[in-house]
Design a protein around this ligand. Structure first.
Ligand code: NDP
Ligand code: OAA
Length: 250
């Protein structure tokens, strides 16, 4: 499978590292705002940097978006129109029902798939299963260090509200809230706390419903390139790519 990457930052770096010896998945094309970034990663991956996104789509079997919600809006519709499947990391873009329905319609029409990796969170599998029954509440509490959130603050709650609002205010920090919302078909409750005493990106999820209840807590090591992003998010994309070729799906 020939893969093109949109966005050559921390997630792309980890993907290259984890997939460099993979026999089935070849990360070949690299596109970014900054061609120097694309060239840097293309060199490491023995791939091709391009400033022509359309060309990258034409030459690839699948595109991974690892850039920003804005990039999803700019590039993914045309990718799907060409019948190419996509992996979207910036899930926050899909929090808007119109955006989600539009991409879903285009994907269906062109026989393409939209894959959303589990990202920096655990428990999405359980939440999806639980959602077969009635869900009463889903709450996410995210704690990040000032460095990860991009502020120099003291310990404080900087957001308390719905996921749909959180993704607008923190578009590259709380995609996990969108993933939980899409999985449960609810606009979930989100609290974001800056905590100078931690060096992990911590996501705690509480779910209550007909099935009972569960709590999951993910204490993520941040990427050393972009501390907002957790290493697990990139690993989840690697796992998703590898699963496409598997016969037993777990
Ligand atoms: N689903 C999940 O659980 C998670 C999702 N994410 C999301 O994944 C995405 C990638 O994360 P990460 O790799 O850490 O981000 P980085 O900022 O490290 O890298 C993103 C790269 O993409 C480039 N880029 C952004 N917008 C565009 C655009 N419109 N066109 C071309 N290039 C663009 C950036 O350039 P520039 O710097 O110039 O903007 C940057 O070089 C982010 O949106 C992030 O929020 C992250 C963690 C968890
Ligand atoms: O990586 C993380 O811990 C979470 C994150 O940035 C996001 O959901 O956008």
């Amino acid at each position: 499978m020939i893969v093109g990457i949109l966005g050559c930052g921390s997630i792309a770096n980890i993907l290259i590292n984890e997939l460099k010896d993979d026999e089935d998945i070849k990360l070949k094309y690299f596109y970014d705002n900054d061609i120097e970034q694309s060239k840097k990663l293309a060199k490491i991956a023995d791939g091709i940097a391009t400033d022509n996104f359309e060309l990258m789509v034409d030459k690839s079997d699948l595109i991974i978006e690892a850039a920003s919600p804005r990039a999803v809006g700019l590039f993914i519709e045309n990718t799907l129109k060409k019948g190419k499947s996509v992996v979207i990391m910036s899930v926050g873009y899909l929090m808007d029902v119109n955006n989600r329905k539009n991409l879903e319609r285009i994907a269906k029409k062109n026989n393409a798939q939209i894959y959303l990796p589990s990202g920096a969170i655990v428990g999405l599998d359980g939440l999806k299963a639980a959602s077969i029954g009635k869900i009463e509440s889903v709450t996410l509490t995210t704690r990040k260090s000032p460095r990860s959130i991009g502020s120099n603050g003291k310990k404080e709650i900087i957001f308390d509200g719905k996921a749909s609002e959180a993704v607008k205010i923190f578009p590259t920090n709380i995609n996990v809230a969108a993933a939980l919302s899409i999985a449960s078909n609810m606009d979930i409750n989100v609290k974001i706390i800056i905590d100078p005493e931690i060096n992990r990106n911590i996501h705690e999820v509480h779910v209550k419903g007909e099935f009972g209840s569960f709590t999951s807590k993910t204490e993520n090591v941040p990427s050393n390139i972009n501390p907002k992003t957790s290493v697990l998010a990139a690993y989840s994309a690697v796992n998703l790519l590898k699963s496409l070729n598997k016969t037993i799906h777990i």
